[in-house]
Write a protein that binds this ligand. Sequence first.
Ligand code: ATP
Ligand code: MG
Length: 376
Amino acid sequence: MNQMSTPPWRAKTITVKTVQSDVSIPTHRLSVYSLFTKYFSGKKKLGEGGNGAVHSYEYSVSKIVIAVKTASSGQRSAVEQLRDEIENFKHIGKHDHIVDMLTYCTSYGEPGNNAIFLELCDLGDLKAYADSCCEQEQAIGNPAQPLEITIWKLYKDIALGLNYLHNDLDHCYVHTDLKPGNILVSRPKYWSDADGLPLEPTFKITDFGPMTQYPLPRDAPHYKWAGTPEYAPPLSEQTPPLRPSVDIWGLGATIQFFALGHHPVQSRETCRALRRALGKDVPNSKQKRLWSTTYWRRQRPTMYRPLNVDVEELKGPWDLGRMQDDYEPYSSVLNREYKALWEKDSGSRITAKMLVKDVIPKMDRQIALLKSQEKE
Ligand SMILES: Nc1ncnc2c1ncn2[C@@H]1O[C@H](COP(=O)(O)OP(=O)(O)OP(=O)(O)O)[C@@H](O)[C@H]1O
Ligand SMILES: [Mg+2]
C-alpha cells in the first residue's frame, strides 16, 4: 500500500505542533514498532541523562521530526523509570509549558521495551539554548550572557508549568528534578530563522520519571530526594514526603545557572577551606575526577547568588569562582522576584500559586517595558 493511502477513517492521529504548522501522524505508526521502523528514520542523538537516551527521527510522509526517549541501559532502574514516566505523562496531559507526549510504545524492538514519543523542542535544552544566547550576544559585541527579557520569560513559563503540576491536576505533583537539562526550548510559532535566535522562546518542563504525588497516598513508597546534586534543595527538604517547595528551589537554581552560566553551588575553594578548618578530608584542586563523583558533588551545597551585583562582588562575597569580566548585572526588580525562590524555610518560600497570582503580572509589565525600550 502506498505510504499516503492509509484510510483516514481507520487511523487515529495525533497532532504534532511544529514552528510552521500542526501536522498529524497516525498514532499506530509510532506505537507499532514495525510501522515505526518503516516510516521513521534519520536517527540522531539529542541527549542522554541518568536513565534515558533521546534521539530524533524524521517521519517520511510529512518530514516532521520527533523525539524518542528509551531507557539508556538495560538496567532495571532505567526501565522502571521509563515505565513510571509513561504513567506520569498520561496523568499530566497537555499544557503549554509541559513537553507533549505524543504516544508511547511498550514493545519497542522487543516486548517490555518501552519508548516515549515526544514533540521535538527544536532549540534543545536550557543548557544548549544558554550557549546559543551567549554566542548570539557576543557576535553583536555584547557581553556573552542572556538578555534580561529572556530570563523573565523563562521564569514566567516555568512558573506556569509548575503551577499546573502543583495545583491544577487531580492531586499536587512534584517534579523533584528541576534543572537546566530538564527544561526544553522551542521556537515561537511562525518564527523565521532569518530573525536569529528567539529572545522569548517557549520553555517547557520535561523528564517526569521521578515525579511524585504530595501528600503521598498511604501505601505509596516513600523515596528520598534523588535529583541532581547541583540543584539540590536544603537537606531538610530531601526526606520524604517531597514537597512542591523543592521545585521552587530548583527554579531559583536553574535561573541562576541561566543568568550566570555556572552551576549554582559553593566553589571548590570554599568547600576545601571549610572542610580543612574542620579537619576533614577534601580533594585538591587537581583531582577533577574525584570532584565529579556523586559524593563530592553532594558536599558543595546549592547557594543563592544575586543577579544584580557586579563581577567583583560575585567573585568576592558571593563565592563565584570564575566569571567573565564584561558581565553586566541584571536589574534589582528581577533580583527581588528571583530571590523569593531561595527562601531557606520551605514553609515561607513563595509558591507556584503565588507566583502566578502576584508575580506574573509584574513579569508581564517588565517584559512589555523591555520590549518598548528595544523599539526606541
Ligand atoms: N523532546 C525533546 N526535544 C529536544 N531534546 C530533548 C527532548 N527530550 C530530551 N531531550 C534532550 O535529551 C536530554 C535527556 O532527556 P531527559 O532529561 O528526558 O532524560 P533523562 O535520562 O531522564 O535525564 P536525567 O536523568 O539526566 O535528568 C535532555 O536534557 C535534552 O538535552
Ligand atoms: Mg533529564
